[in-house]
Ligand binder design. Sequence first.
Ligand SMILES: [Zn+2]
Length: 183
Amino acid sequence: MNAVAVTDHNELDGAYKIAKETDFLVIPGMEVSSTDGHIVALNVKELIPRGFSASETVQRIHKADGVAIACHPYAYFKGSLKRKVCETFDAIEIINARAFPFKRSVKKATETANRLNLSRVGGTDAHYGPQIGYGYTVIEAEEASAEAIAKAIVEGHCQPFGQAVPFTLNLMQEFERVKRRLT
Ligand SMILES: [Zn+2]
């Protein structure tokens, strides 16, 4: 991997903080809870507020010079957009390595990408380090920078790859979460 997108739920500070602390290329962003479902705002310069409709949220992401991605649009238990994905999105997440049921999610997202002619990306939606890399996007960018990667995604110079995160790693995530709560 050459870069990683950091997209905390409804928070932007953590992504910019980690981007400063590491030499590894970080594409800062956030995952916004719209009233219609989750939306990834990549490379935004300011916080995108939660609680607006999907179309309003996409407009706000564009105003903040960001890339609006319909993440895990058909996954169960994740706050998915389903039919609220529309052509104003810059991209759709075809492969989300933690989507359940995985194959159905990929198939439905692919159908929507075909129908709306959207750029396609993949990611893990990792909430635990060792999950990173199961879903990924191959990007043809002019250079290794957040700006160039954002531009390449908007222009469709990207392709999703990956597989579902193994069950044991999702279990480890839960274990770590419980451990954090108890300590
Ligand atoms: Zn989500």
